[in-house]
Design a protein around this ligand. Structure first.
Ligand SMILES: Cc1cc2nc3c(=O)[nH]c(=O)nc-3n(C[C@H](O)[C@H](O)[C@H](O)COP(=O)(O)OP(=O)(O)OC[C@H]3O[C@@H](n4cnc5c(N)ncnc54)[C@H](O)[C@@H]3O)c2cc1C
Length: 458
């Protein structure tokens, strides 16, 4: 271990999640590799330690106030790529953007990708993230063949879902609280082109949307609906429904068939470093929502879109979270089981009654459950971005939590910054099972985070 590296790092740094709320200070280390990381972890710290990827969780999951935080950019490597079988071994600090750049030219893509490429493989496993295809392909963890977990006691465990399901699934979805993921082997998805065949159509209300999603999800790999949260009454739930599938070579224009895997570079703009609070207000968002809804075709139409604009439209505007101003933003994401459609309607009614300005609100359908702390369960998930700091927001969201818990649903820990601990057991009924495995992997409770303390998770 290069001791100078260790001495140079560990400087107290203010950290937040993507929402830029609830900042806290921790000693941030940037270990250059797994050996250095193990030495740091062995050192111990009274306030514990935590791994951090790109800090794209919205709330406080990647923070550890007063303790240690290990940035994983020193683990951003591609060790092996088997382009025949579509398997890749990467360091946990590998960013999905770099991974996608490496695999697409060879005809492979990620089985599961979240709505941004600015996420590390370690962060994607720790939050067991989902994409627009959860109803069909499940979560990120379901496509991980194995990963190496460095536990606080210094063990290097290679975990697979077949040989060590309990430890594997306590870590996938375990929000960094079982140790540090160092490396992972992923199974990729074969694709013929770098394009998506996209169907877009309007749905006038919630019933129409749910019906069409249910029917369409059987036929399409990807499915998501953007929803106008300011619409009320008979227009409640009006939305733009998007279905997609990987385009085949035959779907392409003849002139493009010779180079089906070439991606055109995405234009990147950067949000200004400072924006006043209230820039994204009810009026500007109402205008945006109206335009977005009207631009979508009345009846299903399909066209080809680049993989980048279909999966990662928000990545085109770097640092877009700053547009919410100094108070930041929250994302409320919950899931309610199928059969609880009335609860979904009630959630939307409360959000629209509060006229909560949100231009990013989406609904997806989810498939089977996986790890004890993983978010997905068969049901409807709703995710709503909203400016933080409005006085009425707290009571509104507390009320939504209550509704979600009563419906047998849960909220997503990777997005959370404010849930009260009382509801956690109702939302995650396998919490005790997770705690038992976590105690085996980390008997002294060395892995800690602001999220874990706030929710008395561990
Ligand atoms: C614009 C945007 C869109 C998003 N869309 C989606 C979506 O569609 N679906 C979805 O599921 N999520 C989505 N997310 C959330 C995001 O995918 C997750 O929060 C993800 O965990 C962030 O990864 P990260 O590398 O930034 O990790 P961080 O945010 O830094 O950390 C997240 C958690 O992972 C842990 N962790 C990180 N690295 C390691 C490691 N090496 N070992 C152990 N634990 C580790 C941290 O301790 C923390 O608990 C989105 C976020 C944004 C900003």
């Amino acid at each position: 271990v290069a001791s100078t590296d260790l001495e140079d790092s560990g400087s107290p740094t203010l950290l937040t999640g993507w929402g830029r709320t609830a900042p806290s200070r921790a000693a941030v280390y940037r270990p250059g590799g797994a050996v250095e990381l193990a030495a740091l972890l062995a050192n111990g710290h009274p306030r514990g330690a935590l791994a951090r990827g790109l800090g794209r969780c919205y709330g406080d999951a990647a923070q550890n106030a007063g303790g240690q935080v290990f940035a994983t950019d020193g683990l951003a490597y591609l060790r092996e790529f088997d382009s025949e079988r579509g398997q890749v071994t990467v360091g946990a600090g590998m960013v999905l953007e770099a991974l996608v750049d490496a695999i697409v030219p060879h005809g492979w893509f990620l089985h599961v990708t979240p709505g941004t490429r600015q996420v590390t493989v370690g962060g994607a496993i720790a939050a067991d993230v989902h994409g627009k295809n959860h109803h069909r392909d499940g979560s990120f963890g379901q496509h991980v063949r194995s990963f190496v977990l460095l536990t606080p006691s210094g063990e290097r465990l290679t975990l697979t879902p077949e040989d060590s399901p309990a430890a594997f699934w306590a870590t996938a979805g375990g929000m960094g609280l079982t140790g540090v993921i160092v490396e992972a082997r992923l199974q990729l998805l074969r694709v013929e082109t770098a394009r998506i065949r996209v169907h877009r159509e309007r749905a006038g209300d919630l019933d129409q949307l749910m019906q069409r999603m249910e029917a369409g999800d059987r036929r399409h790999r990807y499915s998501v609906a953007w929803i106008d949260c300011l619409a009320r009454g008979s227009a409640l739930g009006r939305s733009v429904l998007v279905h997609g599938d990987h385009a085949t070579r035959d779907d392409l224009h003849v002139t493009e068939r010779a180079h089906p895997l070439v991606r055109s570079p995405q234009v990147h703009l950067r949000a200004p470093p400072w924006a006043p609070s209230g820039l994204l207000n009810r009026r500007s968002i109402r205008a945006f929502n109206e335009l977005y809804f009207r631009r979508a075709p009345r009846h299903a139409e399909w066209r080809l879109e680049s993989l980048d604009s279909f999966f990662y439209p928000l990545d085109a505007l770097r640092d877009w979270n700053r547009l919410y101003g100094p108070r930041g933003l929250m994302q409320y994401q919950c899931v309610v089981p199928f059969g609880q459609e009335d609860a979904l309607r009630a959630l939307l009614e409360r959000i629209s009654d509060a006229q909560c300005p949100s231009f990013l609100a989406v609904i997806k359908r989810m498939g089977a459950e996986t790890g004890p702390l993983s978010f997905p369960m068969p049901g409807w998930t709703l995710a709503v971005d909203m400016p933080a700091g409005r006085g009425a927001l707290g009571p509104l969201l507390d009320g939504l939590d209550q509704l979600v818990a009563e419906a047998g649903g849960r909220i997503y820990l990777a997005k959370d910054s404010r849930l009260r601990p009382e509801l956690l057991t109702a939302m995650y009924p396998r919490l005790e099972e997770w705690r038992r495995v976590r105690r085996e992997l980390d008997p002294n409770g060395r892995m800690r985070s602001d999220l874990a303390r706030r929710l008395s998770l561990a």
